[in-house]
Write a protein that binds this ligand. Structure first.
Ligand SMILES: *Cc1c(COP(=O)(O)O)cnc(C)c1O
Length: 391
């Protein structure tokens, strides 16, 4: 990690904003909250984000990869951690020793977890992941007419888990699932998945599993479909203060505070004549003589190349846009006749309170979602964490 003071560009993360967002989401849901901190806390820093979310009242943390769960434990984060992206390459012994709850989508992972539990002479806690219609992770809860086994994958998983539980190798503490279309709350799949989830929970409970938690709602469902909250909600994006439903409501409308701010210092300024092509491929050329500035942050840092000639920035309180292509380490901005010096601060995005662009605006400029904007800011950029909860 670079030294913030010497680096040409930096990410600043407001941990108080994360804690605030968790409070807002908990109140909204009226249930417990698991904060999703996968992908380095959506680019905000795994451990500081986790601590801030817990300070805001999260009761558990969710991650995708096993290494993320182990990194939380290595940093002495003690809250319950659920990890849901397992492959046979995982180190089940290490995960069990670190008290990580594992989410099983298939009998093979139950077997791997049970074997690790037997080796350690203890009982592993698992949650069963039901696929209620996303057709991604999880055991499918819907019948497939052409399948060789008339039972659903989820039913097979439940029976297998119940047998291992009876043997004492593991204990099933939860069932969860994930929406395909939570950002379109009127979409028929939202209701269909809620019904399929209720069926999956019933099936698990009838098989004798004593579930402590049943959870289904990501950020969008937490904010738009309160009936889906069950015992716990499981938001990620909204924890970091971004709207998962930008067409329906902005972060500000939802009472969320964007936590990430990305800035860079101008490295070079120069006058160029009318018609001079700018950056690779000369996809931009000013109509009159102008000042261009180099902004030393590029696609290797996470600035999307798709935002060439589009991404918004703020410089000296004024708005400008990327001029020409985004390069690996820098991009250029035509600032007209505005006086700018090397070292002046360029804001790519922030909370938006002072007229600066937001991550959502960068998402629109690049034709993507704000999730991708924040989570791709990479390890070359130093992260500075500010806020009371980080102190
Ligand atoms: C990433 C993820 C979440 C969080 O989703 P958001 O849309 O960021 O709220 C919740 N559950 C699972 C299984 C996930 O993979």
């Amino acid at each position: 990690m670079n030294d913030t003071a010497c680096s040409p560009a930096q990410v600043t993360v407001d941990l108080d904003a994360i804690a605030h967002n968790v409070r807002v989401l908990r109140e909204r849901a009226g249930t417990d909250l698991m904060a999703v901190v996968k992908a380095d806390g959506y680019g905000h820093g795994l451990v500081p984000s986790a601590r801030a979310a817990l300070a805001g009242g999260a009761v558990a943390l969710g991650v995708a990869q096993p290494a993320e769960a182990l990194a939380l434990r290595a940093a002495r984060v003690g809250a319950p951690v659920l990890c849901w992206l397992l492959t046979p390459a995982m180190d089940a012994d290490a995960l069990l020793a670190a008290d990580v709850q594992l989410a099983s989508s298939a009998p093979w992972s139950l077997d791997a977890i049970a074997q690790a539990a037997r080796r350690a002479g203890r009982t592993a806690e698992v949650q069963l992941k039901a696929d209620t219609g996303l057709a991604r992770g999880g055991a499918f809860t819907l019948p497939v007419a052409t399948a060789p086994d008339p039972r659903t994958d989820f039913e097979v998983l439940v029976r297998h888990a119940a047998a291992l539980e009876a043997e004492g190798a593991l204990r099933v503490v939860g069932v969860f699932s994930h929406f395909a279309y939570a950002d379109a709350p009127e979409h028929p799949t939202v209701r269909a998945q809620q019904e399929a989830f209720a069926d999956a929970v019933r099936l698990a409970e009838r098989a004798g599993l004593r579930l402590q938690v049943r959870h289904l709602s990501n950020s969008a469902a937490t904010l738009t479909t309160p009936a889906a909250a069950w015992d716990m909600v499981r938001p990620g994006l909204a924890v970091y203060g971004l709207s998962p439903v930008p067409e329906i409501a902005s972060a500000a409308d939802l009472g969320l505070r964007p936590a990430m701010r990305v800035t860079a210092q101008v490295s070079v300024t120069k006058r160029i004549p009318a018609g001079q092509g700018v950056s690779y491929g000369h996809t931009y050329a000013p109509e009159r003589a102008t000042t261009v500035v180099d902004v030393p942050i590029g696609y290797a840092d996470g600035v999307p190349r798709h935002a060439s000639n589009a991404g918004p920035v703020q410089l000296g309180g004024q708005r400008f846009a990327v001029s020409g292509r985004v390069c690996m380490d820098q991009f250029v901005v035509d600032v007209g006749d505005t006086p700018v010096e090397a070292g002046d601060e360029v804001v790519l995005f922030g909370a938006g309170d002072d007229g600066e662009p937001t991550a959502q605006e960068w998402a629109e400029a690049a034709g993507t979602i704000s999730y991708e904007i924040v989570s791709r800011f990479g390890p070359r950029l130093p992260r500075r964490h500010v806020g009371e909860v980080g102190a």
